[in-house]
Structures are given as C-alpha cells and as structure tokens.
Design a protein around this ligand. Sequence first.
Ligand SMILES: [Zn+2]
Length: 422
Amino acid sequence: MDAPRRSGRLTLKAPLTVSAAPVPGTATTNNRPDKRKRDKDDDISDSPESTTEDFKQNRDSLKVLQKKSKPVQYLIPDVEKKETTFRGRLGEYDVILSVAVHLQQVTLVLRLDSIKKNGIEWVKGLGKKNTEDLLVMIQWNEDNNIRFLRVSSEMFPFASHEIYGYSLEYCAQSLARVGSLANKYGHRLTVHPGQYTQLGSPKPEVVQSAVRELVYHCEMLDRMGVGVDGVMVVHGGGKYEDKSATLARIKKTINQILPLNVRNRLVLENDEMCYSAEDLLPLCEELDVPFIFDYHHHNLNPSSIPISAIIQRANAIFMRRGIKPKQHLSEPRPGAITLMERRAHANRCENLPPELPDDMDLMIEAKDKEQAVFHLYRMYNLHPVDYASLRPPEENETKETKGRKSNKRARTQAGKLSIEDE
Ligand SMILES: [Zn+2]
C-alpha cells in the first residue's frame, strides 16, 4: 500500500501501517535499513572472525536480498503532541551509512591483520565507498528534512594510524562532491572524534595520537569544503588525578600543538564523568574555543551555575567565532536508576528541554538515530515526515544496554584509536 503522507497538522486516530522494504540499498530513497536490523547485524559483525570473505559474502547476500526483497509492513504508533517555539535543526548522529550498511560492518571489525592480509589499497577502497554512500545519505536526509548530520569517524579506516595512516587526497573528488551537495542543501556536517582523543594526557604519545585523530577528521571536513559550522567535538577526557593540571595540558595542546585549521574546528563538550560545563567554560572562553552543552551529561554531572547562564556564555563564544550554536540532547533509558544505567542513551527522546533556545542546532544522540529525529518532528510538529521512512519503536526498551558500543569496538579493534563516544 502507499504510505500516507502528512501535510500540515494531522491528528492520527489509529496506528499507521507503513510499507517499506527492509533491505538497504534498494532503489527507492526511503528504503533505509531498519535500525534494529542494523543493531543485530552490528552484533554479528563484532565477531572477531569477520574477514574479507565475510565482506564478499555480505556483498553477495546484499545483492540477493535486493532481488528478493518484498515490502514489509510496520505499525507506526501515534505520538503525544507537544508544543515548542524551537525552530532550529535536529541532527542525526554517527549514521552507519545507508547502502554501505554491510560494508560498514566490515570496517568496524577491521584490524591491523586485515591491512596486512588485504593491503592498504583495499582499506582505502572502503573509505572511497563510504564517501560515495555519504552522498546517498545526504540526499536521503534532504528528502526527509534532516539537515544536520554527524559524519562517522569510521569513514576512512586507519587513516589516523601512526604507521598505516594515509592522506585522503586519493578521495579528494568524492569528498568535494559530498561537501558541495551538503552546501547546496544547507546541511551542517560535523564530527565527534572518539573517547581516546585525550588532549590533556600526561603521555606525549597519547596526545600525539589525539592530534593525528583530529588532523584526520579536519582533513576530511576541509576536503569536503565544509565551512566554519563543520566543528569537531571532543570531551575534556580523563582527569589523570589532577583536573586543573589536565586542563592546563589541554590548553597547551590547543595553543601550541594543534595546527591552525584543526584548532579552528575544535569545540569542547561537557561529559558525564569528569568535566562539567563549569569546568570547561572558563578554558573555552579564554581560548575562544566554542563550548557544546550536552543536557544529558549535565544532568549526570551538573554545574553550580544555571543552565540558562551556561547557554548564554556558550552562545557568546559561538557568536564571537561566527559559528552556528550547537547542543546535544539525549535521555536516559526508561527505569534507569544507577549512574551506569543512566549513562546509557535511550532509543528516542520524549522532550525538548525547556531551556532550549529557539534557534539552535540540536544533535539528537539517541540510539534510534534518524527515527529519534522523526519522533521529535512528529511530537512537536517541526517538519512533515514521510511515513514510509518511519519505523516503530522497540517494544520493551530496557534500562540496560548490551554495553557501550565504543567498549565493544575497543575490544575488537585494538589497532584503531578512533573509538566513537557520545
Ligand atoms: Zn554529547
């Protein structure tokens, strides 16, 4: 059946049934893979046995699935209607690239062995494919009113590696095409290098590795021709038993080690364990490095100053730098009580924060990614949604997750320092 489309404000009396093919890479733009299927496949891909053979098999099975796929129907429940004056963009984070979903699983488990076995050119080929898939993703996002995207750090496997790292020049044309499509549509592209990007580590080799990681992300954004809004978000990192000494080292790294183009894209974000907003704001103000306020992290690791004051100070830095302000939103999973449980992100967000300024880019760091964005679109009537793109929420969302993906990856991916964090 044809999926109904919403125009203007439509109150739904009953759950909708949506038809869509559940397989990635099929011809129509709405056929983005089912999020839960992706998670399931991710688990499979974390098996250390994944090899080039798997890669080929995945590709073959993808072709078979494309031929055999039949539309399936999803029941889309209605959402609670809420009011807001917010008119900014909502962002989708760390998307596993749409048609690359099978390929990307392979990149997740790439280890140094696979470079030795298959050669660096094979690895670089994955990066090229990911870049081409990003074009498809941006078009899909445009068709679905999502104009703010965090590009995966896994685009170019091992690009920042101390020994095997490589320049992205071989992909210059594809990256430029991605950037010009994003610029044409006015999409914001940002990145969030992983938790091992420790600018304040007492160990010089750790700082060097963090700098390489930032240089790689910056090269990707620079080659895309992304403007100043293309920021690179990092956390304060570890405290190393002395927060103020670590903050001093972060300052030194930013001031003395980071190349200018890298520094210009750098922004710092409060985290839920070590550095609250009030820990980072003075440093950000002193260095004119923008500060990203994360509501979820703030709730777990609060500051003594009110949220409104934090946002005002953060926005002042963004304004001075001519960069569009940006924040992060996520919620704890239902029933979460302990700190560890509360750290895990819920599949979707149920509320926009009352303190949220009207004109702000808000990255939605929820497990359901684009579906979490659509959920807020529908609740707050922010944008029309194409019902063919919707997937139902998981029925029994628990307070536990199967563990942070970053930890799983850290275990299986010893050779790669780019581990995603939220
Ligand atoms: Zn965040």
